[in-house]
Design a protein around this ligand. Sequence first.
Ligand code: AMP
Length: 380
Amino acid sequence: MSFTSLGLPPALIKALENQNYSEPFPIQKEAIPAILNKKDVLGIAETGSGKTASYVLPILMNMQGNTANKNRHINVLVLVPTRELAAQVREVFQMFNSALPERIKSLAVFGGVAISPQMIALQGVQILVATPGRLLELVELKAVHLSNIDTLVLDEADKMLNLGFKIEINRIFELLPKKRQNLLFSATLSDDVTNINQILFNDPIVIKIEPEVINIDLITQSAYTVTEEKKGPLLRYLIKNNEQKQVLVFVSSIFRAETVTDKLKKNGINAIAIHSKKSQKARTEALSNFKAGKVQVLVATDLISRGIDIKFLPCVINYELPRSPKDYIHRIGRTGRAESPGEAISLISPIEQHHFKVIQKKMGKQVSQINSEDLDLKGL
Ligand code: AMP
């Protein structure tokens, strides 16, 4: 499924591509059409699931052609627990709005900083991302009015309640018009969140995204110390000598995916690249050929490091390390699935050593390292 089939226009698709959003995440597949249809949505999904874009994109679409904004009467209110999330969500609104013809003014407000610049900046704002306490202060000062709101979003609702914002949230609800669209996102469905659901919703679309569980104990991890120039021969050695039937190789760029694949093919290894510059059709084909066992080696960027389930994949090789420890876990989690053991091998050049230490620390597991100079890579 593509973003186009979810009803988003070409200008937004282009902006999504620029952000390397090549395919919608599961929450986006379900939430975007529902929100475009003006339904209430209750999304149980963690940070990292792509929940922000799942409401930002359809809200911006629904606001196209609706620029009416009485002074200081906002149209969309997004309540968030922290200043960091407020700033982050506002950034996503701004980024995708810049791809659309209609200029929609958005602003993030939160406590702990001076209030008067926020009061001034609220002029003409249509989308306000706010922490509850500061919002109420601004309402009190008549710097913002909530009576024209047509969409309310509660993001990380469980965290908001854990941080003790319950009274503020209920007070805010009282100030909102009765008729509006309600969207609530929460990692968990606690009793408090359930209570809010009952106040807010009228027959919502419920979307539950189970967090992916990766059991790293099922994965045998090892690493080879190797110079950058020897990574190619070492990769071929590992594929040939270990008689790996199927290997998923992760690289850090599109360029590298292409060059590594070319080199493997020149050496008689059946390999194919998958990355965001390939067409959707080519990607689907590459993946299904790999899944069907018609291709021995799939060389991929992090495009497919999350969520893709390849049954009984025996081996993942990190030709280059990913940027974040989280991505490392997601990459190696492509193997060792469905309770079947797997193997993850990382090729570590001298400049990657420090980063690999950080990854191991975050993962809470030491990975033994083998010196590739002890191997016979001649002729590879
Ligand atoms: P969120 O759960 O909204 O905090 O998003 C988690 C991360 O995933 C953010 O860095 C987003 O930029 C990224 N992201 C969201 N949707 C997609 C997508 N469809 N494809 C690739 N990255 C995405």
